[in-house]
Design a protein around this ligand. Structure first.
Ligand SMILES: Nc1nc(=O)c2cc3nc(NCCN4CCCCC4)[nH]c3cc2[nH]1
Length: 373
């Protein structure tokens, strides 16, 4: 723990990197996976269980918390860490992406976005300044710039105009964020799949100067091949000495491919959302526990996994509680999935530090069955 925010790059192996982000609320081992705690909870998990999976940081969302219970109420109650009983670092997304993907009747102008709440239809306004104010009220340790993430596919003109707007909003975010020792502000690169536009975005962000840099505008339907093509050049366009955060990613093999290409941090709802629907990620592939063939199976989900679900329960039990729609079903599978995602991160950190990432990656891909196992 330190009074300030800093990034220590410990080792590299090819483009893969491992290090530590030091913050006043604790250190973040990279490459890091951030569980998503959208509405001040990682769904189906107690905070102490999230910590037990190995997570050093979690993600919160400006959009959801501004609508309910409001940032002002969370501030009055001592801030998001106290409110949700999580004393480690929290990164908050800035709201623009969620407005476009969740709200109704949006209006986008140079000033910001006006939208109607998906919860009660009330009208709201988000600007770079208001997003910074909300994230400050929440007490977020890592604040994201307010940006616009265009839906793909989109023509080059739309991508360029959107990226240029986001860069003007990045400057306004920086100006509104002010000087907050121990708190970080991350810029977000845009530019779609276009190398030159992403290069211009990276240059604009470097000139403003941020504590970290996100690769935005991906995991929006482009597919893994197109995403990896962008990741073959985008991380290298960003400062080498700052954390690089790929937003919204992903499946286990997305995560491994992103780390291989120089990404240090990621977040995704997949392990928790899939856990609640009965989809378990394991080192041998995906298990859909609701499938009838698990009804009499006394084996654990994954015999090599040390999480509570795999240590204490059979596939037959997990199958039963999902079929019976018992609350413990989502709890156990969410815990397993988050535990497994953290095991992937820990494995990569160790492998990179030992210069053995290629072997680790080969082992990761070997024996992964396609489809249900
Ligand atoms: N401020 C901001 N800027 C982005 O460009 C951005 C880009 C993103 N791309 C995703 N993808 C999420 C994909 N996710 C996969 C699992 C199911 C739900 C959707 N999340 C994102 C969040 C983002 N946040």
């Amino acid at each position: 723990m330190t009074a300030t925010f800093s990034f220590d790059l410990k080792a590299t192996d090819g483009k893969a990197r491992t290090g530590v982000i030091n913050t006043p609320r604790g250190d973040i081992r990279t490459p890091a996976f951030m569980p998503v705690g959208t509405a001040a909870t990682v769904k189906a998990m107690m905070p102490e269980s999230v910590a037990a999976t190995g997570a050093d940081i979690l993600l919160g969302n400006t959009y959801h918390l501004m609508l309910r219970p409001t940032a002002e109420r969370i501030d009055r109650l001592g801030g998001l860490h106290q409110f949700m009983n999580w004393d480690k670092p929290i990164l908050t997304d800035s709201g623009g992406f969620q407005v476009m993907s969740l709200s109704d009747l949006r209006k986008l102008t140079e000033e910001g976005v006006t939208f109607k709440s998906h919860i009660d239809g009330s009208r709201h306004h988000l600007t770079p300044e208001r997003s910074m104010e909300i994230q400050k009220l929440l007490g977020s340790d890592i604040v994201m710039c307010f940006d616009e993430c265009p839906a793909l596919p989109a023509d080059r003109k739309r991508i360029q105009e959107s990226m240029e707007l986001s860069m003007r909003w990045a400057q306004r975010s920086r100006d509104a964020f002010g000087d907050r020792p121990g708190h970080a502000l991350f810029g977000i690169q845009q530019g779609g799949l276009e190398e030159d536009l992403r290069g211009r975005s990276a240059e604009a962000l470097r000139a403003i100067e941020f504590d970290g840099y996100a690769v935005g505008g991906l995991a929006v339907g482009e597919g893994q091949e197109a995403m990896f093509k962008v990741l073959d050049f985008a991380p290298d366009q960003l400062p080498v000495d700052k954390p690089r955060y790929l937003m919204g990613v992903g499946k286990p093999d997305d995560i491994v491919g992103a780390v291989k290409r120089g990404i240090d941090m990621m977040d995704c709802v997949l392990p928790s959302r899939s856990g609640r629907t009965g989809q378990a990620f394991t080192r041998r592939g995906v298990v859909n526990i609701k499938n009838a063939r698990h009804a009499d199976d006394p084996r654990p989900l994954d015999a090599e996994c040390t999480c509570p679900a795999c240590s204490n329960y059979s596939r037959a039990y997990l199958h039963h509680v999902f079929r019976a729609q018992e609350m413990i079903s989502g709890m156990l599978l969410t815990w397993h999935n988050l535990h497994y995602f953290q095991e992937i991160m820990a494995g990569m950190r160790t492998a990179i530090a030992a210069g053995a990432f290629a072997d680790w990656e080969a082992d990761f891909h070997a024996g992964r069955a396609k489809g249900d196992i």
